[in-house]
Design a protein around this ligand. Sequence first.
Ligand SMILES: [Zn+2]
Length: 206
Amino acid sequence: MFKEIFKNLNGGWMELNLNEEAKKFPEINFSDPVECGIWLQKLHKNYGIDYSYGGFLENRSFIWKDHYNIKEALFIHEGTDFNVSSGTEVFLFEEGEVVEIMRDTEMHGGWGNAVVFWISKIEKYVIYAHMDKDLFVSLNDKYSKGSKVGIVGGPDQNGHYFPHLHLQFMDKDFASKYKRFFDVGGYSAKNSEMLSHLYDPMNFLK
Ligand SMILES: [Zn+2]
């Protein structure tokens, strides 16, 4: 699965609802990215898988109950997460143009290092987020399908999260509500109108 994004991964995948899985482990501090990462690796082992994915429009009110997002109750996850090790290489699934490069250095649950592509074939903006600082693409350049984008970052690079790639698909209306992609948060409130301008990444990936 997901050979277009993760050319070098060969193990088994499974879809997981992290919020539901987290409820089974009330003793864990999920807001600690190292603790959360170790928990996730154990979870993969228990399920007999190598990697997991999921989370589009998932309500993460349990796993992030102690997180900075709680003040605004922004718990609906806007993309799909691919839970793989830091250092994993990430590739472009379709021809695209880089319209924004985000360096979110605050490290309090931000984007870390992220790239936003305009994918004209499907008329969507796509965010590749939580990567390492070493990116392999440049602003305003066009890239063919299969181009190397970056590598999955660790907590010190990715905005202080467990290692994962966050992909988020947005239409033009979603983007037009923001001055810049940097202001997109990755989480929305439950009844946000913005949710109707998001698209399930699974509809575009193999
Ligand atoms: Zn995510």
